[in-house]
Design a protein around this ligand. Structure first.
Ligand code: CP
Length: 321
């Protein structure tokens, strides 16, 4: 089957999902991101990879980390960056998504970074942009959040080096989580031998085992001897009914506390994509504790987004020559 993210040479020109991407491409993103990081910090230098490239950030849904780090990443690569204020744009007057895209293309857009509440929005745009224009998915509905997953992979590789020796637990609202889906695809492609999901039955997709994960409903069992604990936010905005008796009850059974974390390996790292609900999915003592790598995740997010922007732009340019 043709992968809409790749050109005829099999190179990445859009990043829409981690699903179906090869280990070679995922590793290319991680290795390129590593060029922008030294001793765990972002290299303080401007690059010219995106000089002459016009990047439009289109965030139809709220964001702090993804929006800001994409903006920083594009500027670090010398792109011309425009961030549309969606509330004040003509979509608020009824203009369709594709009409907005075509108008921005008429202004010279080369690359769109898109967050949307509808699953499939980034794929739709990628199908309709002009040849040579790239689309990077910054999160679509419950479907995918590929750059979040790749910054999580970068973080794991930074602290743990070898994916093929790891036991990773993803904890919380798997059902509504685009992050979990993208993490699972990336982890399995990168060779992680044991991916666990820990959640109440009401917050798990049906047939989740088909993704190759081990399912746990009990934190004490699921966290035992894991190397990585990847917490998720309760996606209240995507819940239409009652999935939980209460947030207090959720915290009691699935919130990450020091006591529960003690069941993981002593050097286990704790990740969270943010925004965090302290006291709901994670206790502040853990969120701010020694094992948490939540803020490094944000820093690495800039490097990973720089890598993605740089790779898709280089592949589009080489196809033109
Ligand atoms: N992790 C994440 O996507 O955060 P934002 O919603 O702040 O972008």
């Amino acid at each position: 089957m043709i992968n809409p993210q790749l050109n005829a040479q099999g190179e990445l020109i859009h990043l829409l999902t981690t699903e179906g991407l090869s280990r070679k491409i995922l590793t290319q993103i991680l290795d390129r991101a590593a060029d922008f990081v030294k001793d765990g910090e972002l290299v303080n230098q401007k690059f010219t990879d995106l000089a002459g490239t016009s990047v439009f950030n289109l965030f139809f849904e709220n964001s702090t980390r993804t929006r800001t780090t994409f903006e920083i990443a594009a500027k670090r690569l010398s792109a011309d960056v425009s961030s549309l204020n969606i509330q004040a744009s003509s979509t608020a007057k009824g203009e369709t998504l594709l009409d907005t895209i075509h108008n921005l293309e008429a202004m010279g857009a080369n690359l769109f970074v898109v967050r949307h509440s509808e699953s499939g929005a980034a794929h739709l745009i990628a199908r309709h942009v002009k040849p040579g224009v790239s689309v990077v998915n910054a999160g679509d509905g419950r479907h995918a959040h590929p750059t979040q997953a790749m910054l999580d992979m970068f973080t794991i590789r930074h602290y743990k080096q070898d994916f093929t020796k790891l036991r990773v637990a993803i904890v919380g609202d798997i059902l509504h989580s685009r992050v979990a889906r993208s993490q699972i695809h990336a982890l399995s492609t990168l060779g992680c031998p044991e991916i666990r999901v820990i959640a109440p039955k009401t917050l798990l997709p049906t047939a989740v085992e088909q993704l190759g994960v081990h399912v746990y409903h009990d934190m004490a069992e699921g966290l035992k001897d894991v190397d990585v604990v990847a917490m998720l936010r309760l996606q209240n905005e995507r819940m239409s009914g009652a999935y939980l008796p209460s947030t207090q009850e959720f915290f009691k059974y699935y919130g990450l506390t020091e006591e529960k974390l003690a069941l993981a390996k002593p050097d286990a790292i704790v990740m969270h994509p943010g925004p965090m609900n302290r006291g709901v999915e994670i206790d502040s003592v853990v969120a701010d504790g020694k094992q948490a790598v939540i803020l490094p995740q944000v820093t690495f997010g800039i490097a990973v987004r720089m890598a993605v922007l740089s790779i898709v732009t280089a592949n589009q340019r080489s196809a033109k020559q």
